[in-house]
Design a protein around this ligand. Structure first.
Ligand code: NDP
Length: 484
């Protein structure tokens, strides 16, 4: 590729785009083609130190603003992001390999909505007071201090904005560390923040990999809170590093989510919903329903319709409006996902559809995998209990409601799930029996920003979303005033 069109990224510290301390760089690769289109600084602990110092110095001044003033800043960022809507979608699609329609409808939309939503929510916050016979207890929500915000590659700006908005809204200052695989929209957010003139040091960004930048950021003694979204094994390391310093921590980790299909469901709508839940973003969403449990009496009908529907999805050029499925994030990830399909065959599974897709030559350097459906596996097999995080769905039969719940709960994860039935009481009953943080009945990824978001078991610790985000990004203080 022509060197002239390669974008050179830099860190954003103390309100300025600055060079990193070291001399190491990393290529940013387009997943659909394998073309290098940007270079990212591989920052180290010195860069992290400078960013944390800037955030620390800015924090008292930022926290002293009225809530309304901080809400106005969030709205200004939302306005400016909205003006860059198409650029967000194009960068996100190019950087992640996801279809442009998805990047518009989900990533660009939500990034703007996150800032708008939290601006409104912090404005509406009401102060709490508890009366005693002889005293009044006031609750004051104070800022925590300096936050480390660490995000993965699947929903880059969607998740970064989900953390930055409530964090700074509650008076904290932050250092962001996006995934080194998808840095482009984090850079765009810094340009937006710079453009609106947010006070220097309130939001800082350090590019780099987990070992060089993420790990020193988490371990930095001046970091007071950590909001981490990523894999469960990385979450373990983050938790271990943060625990001895008693940092406030929120972990949104991996998932292996079940979609439970009962015989009384609306079959057409269910097939469409379960296909979407299995394959959105090439199956690279922590909430994806990658194990589908189907009541025996309708299993054969469901299997046939499901496979037909999966085979109708259009895979190819992410920049084409009609594309349903794009490329996987990296060569390593593609290899991991293919490894799981091989494992499924060793474990006795039958591949009903899948294999390498046929694409034009311009995409031959990309990371492509056709959507894959596997039947015949035991629900305890590795392929149906471990997080694959790719376009691979396993189908399983169940005979009773109890068995469905038992299979659904038979993994180390507990993030999300969906239940498909015309009996709403059963939908709610089964949902409540599931060991998971979120369940949708007759829908999937139908998000209301006010609701709690997070998982149980190995899917994480804590809740974000709505008032739960405001709670996490603040310290509730009690002041008890004795009456005369
Ligand atoms: P990783 O855990 O590999 O990385 C997440 C982030 O952590 C990246 O920015 C990464 O940097 C950084 N990191 C890596 N090592 C360390 C370390 N030792 N200390 C601090 N930071 C570190 O996840 P992926 O990026 O591969 O994302 C996929 C995972 O994210 C899946 O498991 C998915 O389920 C989960 N996820 C969970 C969600 C949820 O809300 N529960 C939502 C979306 C995804 P680098 O990229 O440089 O390694």
């Amino acid at each position: 590729m022509d060197e002239e069109v390669v974008t050179i990224l830099s860190n954003y510290i103390r309100g300025r785009f600055v060079e990193h301390a070291g001399s190491e760089w990393m290529d940013v690769v387009e997943p659909a083609t394998g073309v290098v289109f940007a270079k990212l600084p591989l920052s180290d602990s010195q860069d992290v130190g400078a960013a944390v110092e800037a955030a620390r110095e800015a924090q008292p001044g930022w926290a002293s603003l009225e809530i309304k003033e901080r809400a106005d800043w969030l709205d200004a960022i939302a306005d400016s992001l909205e003006a860059s809507f198409e650029e967000i979608a194009e960068l996100e699609s190019r950087d992640t390999g996801k279809p442009i329609s998805l990047a518009r409808n989900v990533d660009a939309n939500r990034s703007v909505a996150n800032f708008r939503f939290f601006a409104g929510l912090i404005r509406e916050q009401e102060s709490e007071a508890f009366e005693m016979d002889d005293a009044t207890n006031y609750v004051v929500n104070k800022s925590v201090g300096v936050g480390a915000l660490i995000t993965p590659w699947n929903l880059p700006l969607y998740l970064l904005s989900w953390k930055v908005a409530p964090a700074i809204g509650m008076g904290n200052t932050v250092v962001c560390k996006p995934s080194e695989l998808t840095p482009m929209t984090a850079d765009l957010l810094m340009r937006v923040i710079d453009g609106v003139g947010l006070p220097a040091g309130v939001v800082n960004l350090v590019h780099g990999d987990g070992a060089g930048a993420g790990s020193p950021l988490v371990a930095h003694p001046e970091i007071d809170l950590i909001s981490f979204t990523g894999g469960t094994s990385t979450g373990e390391k983050v938790a271990a590093s943060a625990a001895p310093m008693f940092k406030k921590i929120s972990l949104e980790l991996g998932g292996k989510n079940s979609s439970i299909v009962f015989a009384d469901c609306d079959m057409e709508k269910t097939v469409a919903g379960v296909v979407r839940s299995g394959f959105l973003n090439q199956g690279q969403v922590c909430l994806c329903g990658s194990r589908v449990l189907v009541e025996s009496s309708v299993y054969d009908e469901f299997e046939t319709k499901f496979v037909e529907s999966v085979e109708r999805m259009r895979i190819g050029d992410p920049s084409d409006d009609s594309t349903d499925l794009g490329a996987l994030i990296s060569k390593d990830h593609l290899q991991k996902v293919q490894g799981y399909v091989n494992l499924a065959i060793e474990e006795g599974g039958r591949v009903l559809t899948g294999g390498a897709p046929c694409l034009p030559s311009e995409f031959e350097g990309g990371n492509w995998m056709a959507p894959t459906v596997i039947a015949g596996l035991s629900p305890e097999s590795r392929c149906s209990t471990e997080e694959i995080f790719g376009p691979v769905v396993t189908l399983h039969r169940f005979e009773s409601e109890e068995e469905a719940v038992e299979i659904a709960n038979g993994t180390r994860y507990g993030l999300a799930g969906s239940v498909w039935t015309s009996d709403i009481e059963r939908g709610k009953r089964v949902s409540e029996a599931m060991e998971t943080g979120m369940v949708w009945v007759n829908t999937w990824l139908h998000r209301d920003l006010r609701v709690p978001f997070g998982g149980v078991k190995d899917s994480g610790v804590g809740r974000e979303g709505g008032k739960w985000s405001l709670g996490f990004f603040s310290e509730a203080m009690n002041i008890c005033v004795k009456h005369d």
